[in-house]
Design a protein around this ligand. Structure first.
Ligand code: GUN
Length: 278
């Protein structure tokens, strides 16, 4: 069966919009884009549109490629103090002259709707999560819709990035699964994949995961978004073959992608509620 991320994300947005309609002040999200990378520009536009759809206040802030580190940090400090803004997101990657880590650490952890600040990652590691990285959290929402109990399941995460692989592994561990994290140096990847009751792949290599590696009845979550020369979008898993072995699988596009943005809105509402309660 297909895990319909587009549909699950839509339901999530409807639920968020219903909650926003009852609030006196609109939750506010600021999204900063540095430079003009076309893919990043599309992501930022989608985030801004999603905010409008659920009734958030949103600020899309475009900064030139040659912005200095100090100027970017000053912009974040301004947003940290802005009462209209509950969530701050700096689109990654940043130009190489910018220290991305320092940028992330400058965001007020209570406005860190990406969940990338060391304080929020530390809380996730300690199984005391607060603001959680959007893609892994969105994947947990998708897994919940299958009704499959994750306790004791063999979960394999392929990819060890700070944005997806590492926090994804922690989410699954927090759900009391047994977790294997693979990276680009993993030997005999196919043998690890064959053991996976749940497979999450986030590497950005088209068809890295072959269909005949998939364990019968597995749940397959494909985070990859790769554009082929013919213009089509494909994931990291050979979908055509994998879908016949898996019990559940996410499509690309229309799988994890929409969930990441809906989860960003969910995190912004969480940050708003924390600020309003104080
Ligand atoms: N670039 C790719 N994914 C993400 C994300 O989830 N958040 C941010 N800020 N940048 C990204």
């Amino acid at each position: 069966m297909i895990i319909d991320g587009k549909q699950i994300a839509k339901q999530l947005r409807i639920s968020i919009a219903d909650q926003v309609a009852m609030l006196d002040r609109k939750p506010g999200l600021a999204v900063i884009l540095v430079g003009d990378d076309p893919a990043s520009a599309v992501y930022v536009r989608n985030k801004d549109n999603a905010c409008k759809e659920v009734g958030f206040y949103s600020e899309k802030i475009n900064k030139p490629e040659d912005i200095t580190q100090a100027e970017l940090l000053a912009e974040i400090e301004r947003l940290n103090k802005d009462d209209k803004i509950d969530g701050i997101l700096v689109q990654l990657p940043l130009p190489s002259h910018i220290d991305a880590n320092q940028v992330v650490e400058t965001i007020n952890p209570n406005k860190d709707v990406d969940g990338f600040h060391s304080e929020n990652i530390g809380k996730l590691m300690q199984n005391k999560p607060y603001l959680r990285p959007c893609t892994p959290k969105g994947v947990m929402t998708m897994l919940a819709t299958t009704g499959v109990d994750l306790v004791g399941k063999n979960c394999v995460v392929v990819g060890a990035s700070n944005i997806v692989g590492r926090p994804m592994a922690m989410e699954l561990l927090n759900a009391r699964a047994t977790v294997t994290i693979c990276n680009s140096k993993t030997t005999d990847l196919s043998a690890k994949i064959r053991q996976a009751d749940v497979l999450v792949v986030a590497v950005g290599i088209p068809k890295l995961i072959q269909g005949d590696w998939i364990k019968a009845g597995a749940i397959i979550i494909d985070v990859g978004i790769n554009r082929l020369d013919d213009g089509s979008l494909v994931g990291d898993v050979d979908f055509a073959l994998a879908k016949d072995k898996a019990a559940w699988i996410t499509p690309v596009p229309g799988g994890v992608g929409p969930m990441t943005i809906a989860t960003l809105l969910e995190n912004t509402l969480t940050a708003y509620n924390t600020i309003e309660e104080k």
